[in-house]
Ligand binder design. Sequence first.
Ligand code: OOG
Ligand code: MG
Length: 264
Amino acid sequence: VNSDILESLAERLDRAMMEAREIERLTLAYPGLTLADAYLIQDAGIRKRILRGEKQIGFKMGLTSKAKQEQMNLRSPIYGVLTHQMEIQPKTPFSLHGKIHPKVEPEIAFILEKDIHGKVSFEEALEACSGVVPALEILDSRFLNFKYFSLPDVVADNCSSAYFLISDQILNPKDIDFSHLKMMLEINGKIVHEAYSNEISGHPLHSLVQLCEMLHDRDLILPKGSIVLAGAATQAVSLEEGMKVRLLVEKLGEVSFTLPPASK
Ligand code: OOG
Ligand code: MG
């Protein structure tokens, strides 16, 4: 697919996001769209956001657990870009206004204190991390009914990313064994999904190793200061007005937000 078309598809997705409007998946009109094309569309979409003043602050890995792969019926890990505008700050009100069909999912995030160039071992990845935290990701696919059926569609759509928040209690990953921690997603005080951290890529740090590989394959690096979401441990849950969402991760702590009630 030629570069003018890739640019126009990025434009289409960007507008859908800005106008909170669902669109047909791209592979319906362009069945030949490759994964490489999709990352170029994602790049073009991020460029638009940067031109509007957003800053790139990290990456998200997606489809790193069996639960997510089964929910979305896709089998391969993918990555997207996080900008500062996607980060929900603890005190800033957050509502469903301007979202299409948002869902929330439980994750673990890392904070990088060193650049990572190229492929790294598990130990090198750990060495480059200064923080590990519970995180919630809010997805909002721009595609009709949150359905896309193919990796190129979801990658082009920056892997459905919309918002995320991380706990303000940041622990040093070198001090804790976070390979097998219980993660509980609570909605309105009730646990709706539970999983162990090893369900994320076998070990959440493997998501980081894998991200470095994927970036390296595209001649990119993982810059220091980046926040990296390792991918959800369980299925995502649709958000509704008034919901209180909390993730508890054994040893790591918790992160939560509450949506305003429906206005009458
Ligand atoms: C794709 C993004 C997947 C994760 O954590 O697995 C993802 C989607 O579910 O629409 O963010
Ligand atoms: Mg996610």
